[in-house]
Design a protein around this ligand. Structure first.
Ligand SMILES: NC(=O)c1ccc[n+]([C@@H]2O[C@H](COP(=O)([O-])OP(=O)(O)OC[C@H]3O[C@@H](n4cnc5c(N)ncnc54)[C@H](OP(=O)(O)O)[C@@H]3O)[C@@H](O)[C@H]2O)c1
Length: 325
């Protein structure tokens, strides 16, 4: 038995649709018929060998998907064939079928929108667990850089939901409008020269309590200068392409804590916390308290164009590959 999937034949080479043979499931795995799959910034890194997890070509890329369970391993009790689910995987999402560990599979209500579900796990999972681990509390000021992007927009929404006053930073008025629609109190143009002064002004000269940074480079520098003494910075990613080098003297003088956060790493650090956090997000979504934003839906064959929308910064929220009707 075979299914069609996009395959990376060699690092940096064009993706190809190929027929893939089905593998037997292990006792803990779930086989899913994929409806739609998410695009992540990390896919570009995976496809060039620059991601922290390395896959050896040929491989099927893709970190997240939504679909219907078609088979379960003999020890799986958390879902059954016929269930609508979303799942996170490390490679393997961009095909008609995917296989995931049961821990990374969550059952959805029948009414769930499968396009939104496909882009849900990584963005919401990352921002929810990161903001909880950073101890964000109601009344604090949270600055979100890259606030209209995949993870950034969910940090805005979850931060506001936790009662924080969210200052969103993004590179256009349209992007800031989306961040404000998702709960930001204030939007600031990240291209302006006086970004850090504006954050200081908006916090009565004190600085923000917490900065969420998926961008790196100038955004991290801004975070370092505009976070209050005793505040925290969450290092989420480096979409700018520049990994910040931290002057430790500023951390010392300002008593700032820089918190590294990798959602993937929670599979080993604390898989139960990771599963609970994503389940909480799905509950919030089901209650109508989260509003996943999808800017573009493309067919599976157009994954390269979909990745281009992230690289050229035209996407907002999530870009989704439609796999089945
Ligand atoms: N730590 C984790 O567990 C975790 C989980 C998911 C993602 N990430 C990381 O977080 C980062 C963002 O991922 P994502 O999937 O949310 O990406 P995304 O949807 O493409 O969002 C990235 C945002 O960064 C901003 N940006 C600034 N400079 C950029 C540049 N040179 N190229 C592209 N975007 C730029 C863009 O906003 P403006 O145009 O407004 O500046 C864009 O909205 C990536 O580094 C990714 O690897 C980390």
């Amino acid at each position: 038995m075979t299914f069609k999937a996009l395959v990376c034949p060699a690092l940096g080479q064009d993706l190809q649709i190929q027929d893939i043979p089905r593998q037997d499931l292990t006792t803990h795995q779930v086989r899913i018929r994929v409806s739609a799959a998410g695009i992540n910034f990390a896919d570009s890194l995976l496809l060039t060998g620059a991601y922290q997890e390395k896959l050896t070509p040929p491989f099927v890329p893709g970190f997240e998907l939504a679909g219907e369970v078609i088979e379960i391993g003999k020890d799986v009790v958390t879902c059954k064939p016929g269930d609508k689910v979303l799942a996170a995987v490390i490679g393997g999402a961009w095909g008609q079928e995917a296989v995931a560990h049961w821990r990374d599979v969550h059952v959805l209500p029948d009414a769930a929108d499968m396009t939104q579900a496909a882009g849900f796990p990584i963005a919401y999972g990352t921002s929810h667990l990161a903001l909880i681990k950073a101890g964000l509390t109601a009344g604090e000021t949270l600055v979100v850089h890259g606030a209209s992007g995949g993870v950034g927009l969910t940090a805005v929404e979850i931060g506001a939901g936790l009662g924080a006053r969210v200052i969103a930073c993004a590179s256009s008025d349209d992007k800031l409008k989306i961040a404000i629609e998702h709960g930001a109190a204030i939007g600031l143009d990240s291209r302006s020269d006086d970004l850090r002064e504006r954050i200081k002004e908006l916090t009565g000269g004190k600085g923000a309590d917490l900065a969420y940074d998926p961008v790196g480079g100038p955004a991290f520098d801004c975070a370092l200068r505009s976070t209050r003494p005793g505040g925290r910075i969450l290092v989420i990613g480096f979409a700018s392409g520049t990994v910040p080098q931290i002057p430790a003297n500023i951390l010392l003088v300002k008593n700032i804590s820089v918190l590294g956060f990798s959602w993937n790493a929670y599979r080993t650090i604390d898989p139960d916390a990771m599963r609970r956090s994503l389940a909480d997000c799905i509950d919030l979504w089901t209650q109508g308290r989260l509003h996943p934003h999808v800017s573009n839906i493309l067919p599976l064959e157009q994954a390269d164009q979909a990745l281009g929308l992230l690289k050229n910064r035209t996407a907002t929220g999530k870009v989704i590959l439609q796999v089945a009707e």
